[in-house]
Design a protein around this ligand. Sequence first.
Ligand SMILES: Cc1cc2nc3c(=O)[nH]c(=O)nc-3n(C[C@H](O)[C@H](O)[C@H](O)COP(=O)(O)OP(=O)(O)OC[C@H]3O[C@@H](n4cnc5c(N)ncnc54)[C@H](O)[C@@H]3O)c2cc1C
Length: 352
Amino acid sequence: MKIAIIGAGASGLFLANLLEQNNIKYTIFDDGKIGRKILASGNGRCNISNLNLDKKYYHNNRLASILINKHKERLFNEFNKLNIYTKADNEGRLYPLSESSLSVLNALTKNIKLNVVNLHINKVSKKNNKYFLNDYNEAFDYVAIGIGSPSSYKQMLDYSILESLDLKFNKFKPSLTGFKLKENVKTISGVRAKATVSLLENDKLIHKEDGEIIFKDDGISGICIMNLSSYYNYTKEKNIKLIVSLVDKKYDSYITVLNPKLLDYVNKNNLDPMKLEFNIKSTYDFEFSQVSNGGIDLSSLNDNLSLKSDNHIFFMGEVIDCDGLCGGFNLSFAFLSAIEVSEVLINEISNK
Ligand SMILES: Cc1cc2nc3c(=O)[nH]c(=O)nc-3n(C[C@H](O)[C@H](O)[C@H](O)COP(=O)(O)OP(=O)(O)OC[C@H]3O[C@@H](n4cnc5c(N)ncnc54)[C@H](O)[C@@H]3O)c2cc1C
């Protein structure tokens, strides 16, 4: 039995490790740099998971819920087996002790056969119950696809591989990113502040977050804003705004309360620091986003992550239309989905 893993990212590498531990043969295909997004994650520190994994941190969370309930404990055990020793911050975010993404990638690659075939796969075809990738000269019994999303890339990627399969796909949108604003915020570009930020659609509250905000030349970012961007993608109206509360009570003077540039902006525009209003033009592009909303529609997948139209083809990670907030939830989903796929494959292969 031979398995093709398409994508040497978080989910593909995790799956390869689990198959390796069970002496199952696999070939990995990738068209780019192995583990590129693992290296980029957590600003190079790799926020690998979260002690508080829960479906509430995910959009389209049906599968996330199943995978968390089934495999959460196993995920943390697998980290130990792979010698990925972690520490948690006070919000439950897990980081490797080294605080280095490179060390996580090294741990994920040290025990697997890294003869990755450097090939962009644009077609999966089936003949006599065997699977073929493009015109690559090898037949496979199962295909596991973990090709991620266009987030962090400058150019749109080619997903024609998905068109060769019978599935429903929802267009990718950049998520966990900043917002371009209609207001001119150039004078406060670079200013950071603590704030409570509310996202409103036609004046109805969609979501609220506390945290640090950072103004850009043409917009606003920061972790709380990034989380709000993932809710923004599910809004339908054009009238979407942010209400930024820089303070939670009135002061006689804000001179030592607000950053001087921010105070100047507030005064010049006659604004209330308890309730600054900004109108959203759009999110930033994929290049500046950490994940994407969209991907394979959950209705096309069985709970074991195989395709409903062909149960020898599996999907893992971000290419599935399920995305999490900041805090280690997206790498967790990639790893949890690899665990699920490995269990199905190991089970099927041992029964043959
Ligand atoms: C800047 C940044 C910071 C992040 N920080 C965090 C964090 O701290 N914590 C967290 O949980 N998440 C974080 N994320 C998100 C997380 O990295 C991703 O959700 C996760 O890596 C997705 O894993 P994956 O296996 O689905 O895809 P990926 O890791 O993206 O791997 C996909 C692989 O498939 C290959 N590929 C794509 N198409 C094809 C094809 N057609 N043929 C062959 N190969 C193909 C790609 O080259 C790539 O190597 C961050 C993302 C970014 C961009």
